[in-house]
Each structure stands twice: as structure tokens, then as C-alpha cells.
Design a protein around this ligand. Structure first.
Ligand code: SME
Length: 154
């Protein structure tokens, strides 16, 4: 059986190889596309942009999701605390925002620019409980780093 790390390694290689000359939006599209296609337990993957008290949906793959969410859920927490949040069971996370009732577990990661500002949040949902662990965190942080750590706001 192919391990999580092997799947992510392939995603990382594919994404790193295609980043050159892509703008912020297209980098996000590339990441969603590669991850959704290759990681079997991904139900939904997408980016949200913090806008004051809310977060607005950016590029994503999977079933339709909330276009605008309050900053009080999992994504808002990742942006506010500037750290990755792993939720093994969304039913017991206080403030979790339901966009699709099929989502059972979730991981949300802040996206940092070159100055260390949070410019977006990467959110992934799974239909299974407990899908995400340290391996997901490690590889997703690596992917976000290679894609956005050079990014400077105009
Ligand atoms: N569950 C998220 C909302 C976004 S969806 O899962 C696509 C949250 O609590 O912030």
C-alpha cells in the first residue's frame, strides 16, 4: 500500500515543479488540483481569505462550500492563532462551521507570506473521522512554504 508520505511527496514534487511564473491565485488552484486528485481521503480542499470578521472562499476542489464564513470556526482559529489546527472529530470542536454535513474531520493551516503575515488559510475536510495527523501537517506546511513564503503583497 502507498503511504501518506509517498502520496504527499509526489504532490510536493509536482507542485514545486509547476510553481514558476504562477501568481497567487494560480498557485492555489495548482495546490487544490494536485491534492484533491492524489490524496484519496480528501473530500474537500480549498483556501479562504481572512477579511475582517469573516473569511471568503478562494480556489477550491470538491462539493460546493460556504462562500463566506465567520472567523469563529476552525479556519478562523488557524488564522488567528497562526498555527495548524487538526480536528479529528468536527462534532466536538467548539465553533466548528458546517459547510457540508458529510465532513467528519478537518485540518486548517495558515498561509504565510514573506513577512509572516497570514494571507489565507488552507482547509481540508474528510468524510472519515481522524483522517489528519502529523504527516498531513508536515507535508502541507512544506507545500505552503514552498509556494507562498516568497510572496510579497503589492
Ligand atoms: N469547517 C470550517 C468551515 C469551512 S468548510 O469546512 C469548507 C470552519 O469551521 O471554519
Amino acid at each position: 500500500m502507498v503511504s501518506k508520505s509517498e502520496i504527499y511527496e509526489e504532490c510536493f514534487r509536482e507542485i514545486s515543479g509547476k510553481l514558476k511564473d504562477l501568481d497567487l491565485h494560480d498557485r492555489m488552484e495548482l495546490i487544490c488540483e494536485a491534492l484533491k486528485e492524489k490524496v484519496p481521503y480528501y473530500f474537500w480542499v480549498g483556501f479562504y481569505f481572512p477579511k475582517g470578521e469573516f473569511l471568503e472562499l478562494g480556489p477550491s476542489r470538491g462539493p460546493p462550500a460556504c462562500a463566506r464564513i465567520a472567523a469563529t470556526g476552525v479556519c478562523g482559529r488557524a488564522a488567528k492563532e497562526k498555527r495548524t489546527i487538526i480536528v479529528p472529530d468536527v462534532r466536538v470542536f467548539p465553533g466548528h462551521i458546517v459547510c457540508d454535513p458529510r465532513s467528519k474531520s478537518e485540518i486548517a493551516l495558515p498561509v504565510f507570506d514573506s513577512q509572516g503575515n497570514v494571507i489565507a488559510v488552507l482547509d481540508v475536510d474528510s468524510e472519515e473521522l481522524g483522517s489528519f495527523d502529523e504527516t498531513d501537517r508536515e507535508w502541507l506546511e512544506k507545500i505552503l512554504h514552498v509556494a507562498f513564503s516568497q510572496y510579497e503583497k503589492e
